[in-house]
Structure formats: C-alpha cells, structure tokens
Design a protein around this ligand. Structure first.
Ligand code: G3H
Ligand code: 13P
Ligand code: ZN
Length: 324
C-alpha cells in the first residue's frame, strides 16, 4: 500500500525554499520521534506563523514506527488547523542512507527525502543520489543530497573529522543528480559536542568562504545546514545542576546561524537543542518532585519548554516567523 503526501495535507520543500531564498530566511527542520515533540513543533510554528519541516531520521523511524509516523504527520496538519493557522508542513527523511529507505519513505507519505551519500566516493554519491531523485520526482517528492562530511556522528556513519565541501564539485553534483537542495559541510557537526575548545578559547567561525563559493557556483540554489544546534548553556547548565553530566558541550553561536539563514541556506537542521531542552526540563521537574510518577507531569513541562525553544529559533535565529 502506497500513500501520497498530498493526500495527507503535506507539501514538498520546493515552494518553501523558493520563498526562503527570496526572503533571506531559513526554514526550520526540527527532528521528532514522539508525541510531545511534534505537538511542540506544531504549536510553536503555528504561534509564530512559520513554515516547518518535520524531520525523521532512520533511527527515529525505527523507533516510532512508519505507520504511526504517517498518522502523526496527518495529525500535525489537522492540529495546526485546529490551533487556527494552516502553516505549510513538510515531512522529511533525515540522512537516508540507501535507495530502499528513501523509496520506503516516498511510498509511505514523506514529501521530501535526504539521501546522504556523502561517505561514498563522489561518483558513487552521484549514482545513488540520481537513483533516489529519479524515483522521488515521479511522485513530486523533493530530494536533498550531501557533499562533504560533517564531523561527529551522521546516523550510523561516524566521521572522525570534518571534510569540508569542495566547491569545485557542487555544480557537477547538482547537475548530474537533479537534487532539489544540497547539504554542505562548512564546520558544523552533529550532536552536543561540536568543538573541542579549551577555557578562554573562541568557538571557531563557520567557513562562510566555502558557503559563498558554493552560492557563486549555484546561484539561487537552496543550501542546507546540518548540525546547527547552538547547545544553549542554560540547558546544559540545568542538566548538570539536576543530576546530569555533560562536560564541554558547545554548539554554533546564534549570530552565525542568523548570517547563514540570510544567505542561500534555506533549511537549518536542529535536533540536539530540542533534546537538551527536553531533558533539562524533565530532570528539573523530577529533581524537584521526586514523588512524581505521572509521565504527563514531567513530559508536559518539557513540552512547554520545547515550544519556547522552537518559537525562539523561528523568531530570533532563522527568521522564518511570519513567513507562513
Ligand atoms: O543527524 C542526526 C540527527 O540528529 C538524528 O539523530 O539518528 O539519533 O535520530 P538520530
Ligand atoms: P544537531 O545535532 O546540531 O541538532 O544537528 C541535527 C541535524 O543535522 C539533523 O540532521
Ligand atoms: Zn544532519
């Protein structure tokens, strides 16, 4: 049984990116795998009138179940309307690593997929990405490819150190594969430990020179930034204060993300910040109420914290608020 995202009320990313490029802002791509996260994302994006990409990793899909996810996405569309504003919502596969997983997502109602062939050779990446594009485009599903490897963990793929995107390769890659957007590596990385910096050292700036060169080679083409969490100190501190242990967690300063959002970067991926905010609030609540055992009583406050976090991102970082 196949499902079209169009029947679920979702949209692909084409129009979203076109408007983000013209308006010089970025669409938030927030990862989710549970009820509270999707409720918070939709609430924040409706409140701020922001278009949104609901993003699901391969691991999240296994965790939540593909059928349940499809119904959650459908529910998200109706929930937004119930809250009073119909924001454009895309359902996107994050870091698909095979043709099969991308096809399975297209067939089960995703409106956009990422095929991450960045750990393959350039030629193999082109071949794999092209195959996904040919399939996805038959159903008007948009495709994100990737060139260059981010440091840290890309799902199952562990990269020791960052391998920046080579701007000399981007035109050929986009032209030969037909992708709709391209993720590039300019110094961001996944997770909560993005840089190893010593006391008093500055966070190294992103490689805007590489981004600018990619923009020059691909005028008007949507670029995607992964690993873009800021790892906000207030959440790291709260986690440590209430029994957790996160040493040396550090992320991308918001100022740099604002600069990226105003460029050809049309999609900014944020997962870790949501995880940190959620965990911080759950820890705080359970610390203060050790006798509490109703999950709604600690997941509810965590969900409210997520709403505030996502609103902040849309309004103050990505510039997507008011664009829906
Ligand atoms: O880029 C990776 C995302 O943060 C998803 O992470 O594979 O743990 O769900 P995950
Ligand atoms: P963060 O780990 O910085 O949130 O990045 C998430 C991401 O890139 C998902 O693809
Ligand atoms: Zn990523």
């Amino acid at each position: 049984m196949s499902y079209s995202y169009k029947d679920l009320g979702l949209v692909n990313t084409r129009e979203m990116f076109k408007e983000a490029m013209e308006g010089k802002y970025a669409i938030p791509a927030y990862n989710f795998n549970n009820l509270e996260q999707i409720q918070a994302i939709i609430t924040a994006c409706v409140k701020t009138k922001s278009p949104v990409i609901l993003q699901v990793s391969k691991g999240a899909r296994e965790y939540a179940n593909a059928t349940i996810l499809r119904h959650m996405a459908m529910g998200a569309v109706e929930f937004a309307e119930e809250l009073g504003y119909k924001v454009p919502i895309a359902l996107h596969l994050d870091h698909g690593d095979t043709f099969e997983v991308c096809k399975s997502c297209v067939d089960s109602g995703f409106s956009s997929v990422m095929i991450d062939g960045s750990h393959h050779s350039f030629e193999e990446n082109i071949e794999l990405t092209k195959k996904v594009v040919e399939y996805a485009h038959k159903y008007d599903v948009t495709v994100e490819g990737e060139l260059g490897v981010l440091a840290g963990i890309e799902d199952d793929v562990v990269a020791e150190k960052s391998n920046y995107t080579n701007p000399d390769e981007v035109e050929e890659f986009v032209q030969k594969t037909g992708v709709d957007s391209l993720a590039i590596s300019i110094g961001t990385s996944h997770g909560a430990y993005k840089f190893k910096i010593k006391e008093g050292e500055e966070i190294p700036p992103l490689r805007f020179d590489i981004l600018e060169e990619c923009e020059r080679r691909l005028p008007g083409f949507p670029i995607v930034l992964h690993g873009a969490s800021s790892v906000m100190p207030k959440y790291v501190d709260a986690i440590n204060k209430y029994g957790g242990k996160l040493d040396g967690a550090v992320g991308i300063p918001e100022e740099q993300l604002r600069k990226a959002a105003a460029s050809a970067v049309c999609k900014i991926n944020i997962d870790s910040d949501g995880r940190l905010a959620f965990t911080a609030k759950v820890r705080e609540t359970l610390w203060n109420k050790p006798d509490e055992f109703d999950p709604r009583k600690y997941l509810g406050p965590a969900r409210s914290e997520l709403v505030e976090l996502y609103k902040h991102k849309c309004e103050k970082v990505l510039g997507s608020a008011g664009r829906a």
